[in-house]
Design a protein around this ligand. Structure first.
Ligand code: SF4
Length: 371
């Protein structure tokens, strides 16, 4: 066993969902801090949200102590997330940053997540598993060929199929072993132009790998993925419906950043939301970005609302406390443009990218859920 603790949260209390902190405090509070610890990665995925920032050699990070001090000041902190690049790419980062940050989370009684492609050697993940709550992986494939095509789409040089196939097998094997060792592995798939008709097959493989949760988000083209074809909300609705019809009912499914809201004029959107709310083992997470979460870039100290760069940094941890920066963000006109809350629909507003893409002229402040 990897000595991972049993998952301390349930389907009914997802500590990453801002609706719970909003209910608890009556207003949005910073409860979640995401840290970008690596701009290195062994893959170059077509859809990568931070692909533009990936490098071959990276600068020094800010001292760990500074980050720990800033975390300690966050009054209502409940979760931390570690992201990259591939956060475990450099062993030094694993030893000097990742393990101490996870140990800090444990000692404070808060939850932790790492976003990893788990294609490296098992020993790297085995080293962090005892301190980790959620190993979050991306899985958008039905075969090694898919993995090759998607995972190296932005590589500057050709990557042999056989190399990709070995990584694909290692990733699946690592997921199985980590899961068997007791770690909660959550696999995320994106609904996009490639996957929208393949979701049930992707779901089947995720269940076979022993993952405990399948997380599904539509893909919204940002930065690196800006040139990818966009699918319509109706196609997304069909993909979600198809998945619900054919899923493994025992596997927790978490849907996030959906472009459908309880205030929609479209009855099909509302019917789908109703179905999602009634399905066993299915949850819909409100968007954490800027609602209960901020992202800190450990190389510069810059603070963002998301780990991708569409909204520029609005502060830096060198000079400000994270709670202070969060209050500053809440007062920002962009934050206000998506600040709504309909308790009856358990909804606290759209994601910024979704608003920009589909609801540019909609004033969410003047709408409310139709229940
Ligand atoms: S909280 Fe906002 S987005 Fe959600 S249903 Fe209400 S008005 Fe619509």
């Amino acid at each position: 066993m990897l000595n991972a603790r049993p998952l301390p949260f349930t389907l009914k209390d997802d500590p990453w969902d801002p609706i719970f902190s909003l209910r608890r405090h009556g207003r949005h509070r910073l409860t979640s801090v995401e840290m970008t610890l690596s701009n290195l990665c062994n893959m170059r995925c077509e859809h990568c949200a931070v692909g533009d920032t990936l490098v071959l050699a990276e600068p020094e990070k800010l001292p760990l102590d500074m980050m720990l001090r800033r975390l300690e000041e966050v009054e209502e902190l409940r979760t931390i997330s570690i992201t990259g690049g591939e956060p475990t790419f450099a062993e030094r980062t694993v030893k000097e940053y990742i393990i101490p940050l996870l140990q800090y989370a444990r000692s404070r009684g808060i939850y932790s997540q790492i976003n990893s492609n788990i294609t490296l050697d098992y020993s790297r993940y085995e080293a962090i598993a005892p301190y980790l709550d959620v190993m979050h992986i991306s899985f958008n494939y039905t075969s090694a060929d898919d993995f090759h095509e998607i995972g190296f789409a932005k590589s500057g040089h050709p990557v042999p199929k056989a190399v990709a196939a070995r990584m694909y097998e290692r990733m699946m094997d690592n997921a199985r072993r980590l899961g068997e060792g007791g770690l909660f592995v959550s696999a995320e798939s994106m609904i996009n132009f490639r996957t929208h008709r393949k979701m049930p097959e992707i779901h089947r493989l995720i269940a076979e790998m022993g993952c405990r949760r399948h997380e599904v988000h539509p893909m919204y083209p940002s930065a690196f993925a800006a040139d990818l074809p966009v699918i319509t909300p109706a196609q997304m609705r069909d993909a979600v419906t198809d998945l619900l019809n054919r899923r493994d009912p025992s596997l927790w499914m978490l849907f996030g950043t959906l472009p459908f809201y309880g205030c929609s004029d479209d009855a099909a959107d509302r019917a789908l939301l109703q179905r999602l709310a009634n399905e066993p083992h299915v949850t819909v997470r409100n968007d954490p970005d800027g609602r209960n979460r901020l992202n800190v870039n450990l190389f510069t100290g810059d603070v963002f609302v998301t780990d991708f760069s569409d909204v520029p940094a609005f502060g830096n941890i060198r000079g400000s406390r994270l709670d202070e920066l969060f209050e500053r963000w809440l007062a920002h006109p962009l934050a206000k443009s998506v600040d709504c809350h309909c308790p009856a629909a358990a909804c606290c507003g759209p994601n910024l990218l979704v608003k920009e893409m589909y609801y540019r002229d909609v004033d969410f402040g003047s709408r409310s859920a139709i229940v």
